[in-house]
Ligand binder design. Structure first.
Ligand code: MLT
Ligand code: ZN
Length: 475
């Protein structure tokens, strides 16, 4: 076996633990694990370990601890910030959780589901549905992203406004700690105040404090009444005004509330087959309102019609459509879901996953848009996303005709420009995508002082050799 960048004899010992299916060493087999889908990073690794049980994960981690081998942990490799790819040194072992993908248990009295880290999010949703329940976490990459990944990054997505982030959907965890010990915290308790909440330390740690191998997730009653509206609104304030109207009428019914700019919808219509504008005339601002209730008689369509009517009268809404069928609802959701792909096809774009207090979203969008166009004349701001959480993807599309590489060379200027305004509005430079590799250099400025010092102390205590996902999260 080639043993180039691996400590001497390590590959043979890994092979003994993992067997032939559990260890990839051929360059062609390893290649898909070395780059991110955004194309930001191209790393290197001497092998990819694919353990099939928690015990195998523990044995691999123990061996890496003994030999001082850095580990890059990988789920579905859908990180937006390069969080799951190794650096260029070739010294890393990539540890993929893909084979750890069983549903271990579902309990419809406790309303919990115990699943392994490599289970794809969509498969978790399907398993919940088969049991007559709902696992509500929902995001664009759900067909590829895994439970371990969404927990390790505390992913948000479309339904945070109603169900919270991944953290809020987790009751217990099982993890392998950096010394190779297995921590079984798979408790399905709603109340468990027993010292430091290790589970919450690991959620959002992006694999830098240990490897999540399984989790107890919260289930919810399945929706029995739904309604979906795609509404053109006058401006950003009107989008928030509409959010408030729905929230005031029935907060528990709002499952998602998403904002889209005119240009974002234009790009989706231009580039994505089957995506069409459902209204007669184009607008500069739109929202997608998704209502759901477990009560079959909730009357959500009536609610949507009432609120839409009120908003039209108030001049907040200018046009809109309420889905007549499940198929039409899916079609309307696609306009929003295809935003990232459409932006990719249009050319180079820079993502700014930021959040501000909900009330500040209109100001943030307007100030950032103006500042970005001033920074790069001809560039096209495409703000969209989870306005109900104050989380907007303040993305910037390159000017038409500009060299994509020249535009991307300005990435950090673009992020700095947005971040300065977000900071002024008491926001965050990473709302739901995490820090990964892309944003480590922002940590000092944003989280420096006592906060970063505490994070470093925790890292040093749990991972003194610095072998877990090095180069991620902490600068
Ligand atoms: C989304 O909500 O679609 C993604 O988080 C945003 C993005 O691709 O920038
Ligand atoms: Zn998002």
């Amino acid at each position: 076996m080639p043993d180039t960048n691996a400590p001497s004899g390590l590959l043979d010992r890994l092979s003994a633990i993992l067997g032939p299916r559990g260890l990839l060493t051929e360059p062609g087999d390893i290649a898909p694990h070395l780059s991110d889908w955004r194309g930001l990073y191209q790393g290197a690794a001497f092998a990819v370990a694919r353990p099939a049980s928690t015990e195998e994960v523990a044995a691999v981690v123990k061996l890496c601890a003994e030999t001082g081998t850095p580990i890059t942990v990988q789920g579905g490799n859908t990180s937006m910030v390069g969080g799951a790819v190794p650096d260029e040194s070739g010294r890393h072992l990539v540890l993929s959780l893909a084979r750890l993908n069983r549903v271990r248990a579902i309990d419809t009295m406790d309303m919990t589901m115990t699943v392994e880290a490599g289970l794809v999010l969509k498969a978790a949703q399907d398993a919940a549905e088969e049991a007559g329940c709902l696992f509500p976490l929902s995001l664009g990459a759900e067909g590829t992203a895994t439970i371990g990944g969404v927990l390790s990054t505390n992913a948000g997505g479309n339904t945070t406004v109603r169900y919270g982030n991944a953290r809020d959907l987790m009751l217990g965890l099982e993890a392998v700690l950096p010394d190779g010990s297995i921590w079984n915290g798979l408790r399905r308790l709603r109340k468990d105040n027993t010292g430091y909440a290790l589970r919450h330390l690991l959620v959002g740690a992006e694999g830098t404090l240990g490897i999540v191998t399984a989790a107890v997730l919260r289930l919810f009653p399945r929706p029995r009444d739904t309604a979906l509206a795609f509404i053109a609104v006058a401006d950003e304030e009107a989008a928030l005004g509409l959010f408030r109207r729905f929230r005031d009428r029935d907060e528990s019914a709002v499952r998602a509330f998403e904002y889209m700019s005119g240009i974002g919808v234009d790009l989706a219509v231009k580039h994505i087959e089957g995506v069409t504008l459902p209204l007669e005339t184009r607008a500069d601002h739109y929202v997608l309102v998704d209502l759901a209730s477990s009560r079959p008689d909730a009357g959500l369509r009536g609610l949507a019609e009432d609120v839409f009517g009120e908003a039209l009268e108030a001049g907040e809404a200018t046009d809109g459509v309420i889905a007549e069928s499940e198929a039409q609802a899916k079609k309307l959701w696609r306009i929003r879901e295809e935003h990232p792909e459409a932006q990719k096809r249009e050319g180079a774009s820079v993502k700014n996953d930021v959040s501000v207090p909900v009330s500040k979203v209109p100001e943030m969008i307007r100030r950032c848009s103006a500042a970005l166009v001033e920074l790069i004349p001809g560039s096209r701001p495409v703000p969209f996303g989870h306005i109900g959480d104050g989380n907007i993807h303040m993305n910037l599309e390159q000017p038409e005709g500009m060299d994509p590489a020249a535009f991307l060379a300005r990435s950090h200027d673009i992020m700095d420009c947005v971040n300065a305004i977000v900071r002024d509005l008491d926001g965050s430079f990473s709302a739901e995508h995490g820090i990964g590799r892309l944003k480590t250099d922002m940590m000092e400025e944003w989280r420096g002082g006592a906060e970063l010092a505490a994070m470093r102390a925790i890292k040093a205590a749990l991972d003194p050799k610095g072998l877990m996902n090095p180069g991620k999260v902490l600068p």
